[in-house]
Ligand binder design. Sequence first.
Ligand SMILES: Nc1ncnc2c1ncn2[C@@H]1O[C@H](COP(=O)(O)OP(=O)(O)OP(=O)(O)O)[C@@H](O)[C@H]1O
Ligand SMILES: [Mg+2]
Length: 320
Amino acid sequence: MNEEPKIKSSKSTPDADPAPVVLEAAGVRKTYRLGRVPVRVLEDASIEVRRGEWVAILGASGSGKSTLLHLLGGLDRPDRGTVRDAIRHEGRDVSRFNNTELNHYRNRSVGFVFQFYHLLPELSVLENAMLPCLVPNRWIAATLPLLAALVGGGVGAAIGFFAGEGVLPDADVATDPKMAVIAAVFGVLGAALGVVLLQIGQVIGERIRLQSGPEAAASKATLEEFGLGHRLRHKPSQLSGGERQRTAIARALASEPGILLADEPTGNLDAATGRDILDLLKKRHDAGLTIVMVTHDPNVADYADRVVRLEDGRAVEATA
Ligand SMILES: Nc1ncnc2c1ncn2[C@@H]1O[C@H](COP(=O)(O)OP(=O)(O)OP(=O)(O)O)[C@@H](O)[C@H]1O
Ligand SMILES: [Mg+2]
């Protein structure tokens, strides 16, 4: 039970020639409820992330590091304060996005890496790595079956009409109920066939995309760069911890996000494997990737350009 504010304020290091801010949390507050007891984890916490920076968020267990990173990644909303994506959404407040905008933000603007990988066990390494690119547009996903049913139904009804004329040459097409019944039956069959054909087409399209689409080529290249070229068809359960995390990082980078957010990416790995992961991130950072990484390990934080501390559960401060 803890009703004390755990994080009071934050500030970032002034920079002589600062790169533009790409992501910013300003005055965020987050309170959880444990039964009837409110637990305030963040109180007026602020952080600015500039393009090309590697920022480490360092703090003791329970100090709110994951909470802050989840707010930055749009995985949760603050009670108060703003989170602004200055790179792809013109500085708009992420916490006010609707679900479609949030999905886009989570899949395109930021890449998220979790301590425990969070890979989908039934998908292969390549499919997992491509996941952000495969998320369908909800509007299209909902509208396409309706369109297929309408087109199929219309074509079916027209065929039924002509078939009816063949079977009942003497019928009055405008008034004979038998004509209407035949057209309706063909219409329903046409609608059902339209939906079935759409689904078959989508499955085939998805397979082609997974095998040879541009997203597959990009994900394969990343996985090969990460030393996983020989593991593309394996399932996560067949991989080591380090290989799983490299797959998860490839997934986070699949949609070429502006920023990588990593929550203790080496926290579940032995020291040598953890260093491999950090070296891999460093290579990407040297090539321009902006990184925000949560850790409780000062040695891991050493990789960062700047450290923001959540200290004693009370203050966030930055050190050069
Ligand atoms: N969904 C939740 N419901 C209630 N309390 C929560 C919830 N998520 C986090 N907390 C509490 O908020 C506090 C901060 O949690 P958070 O996970 O952000 O800490 P952390 O700094 O990432 O810790 P660790 O280093 O152990 O991962 C903790 O006291 C935790 O118990
Ligand atoms: Mg945490």
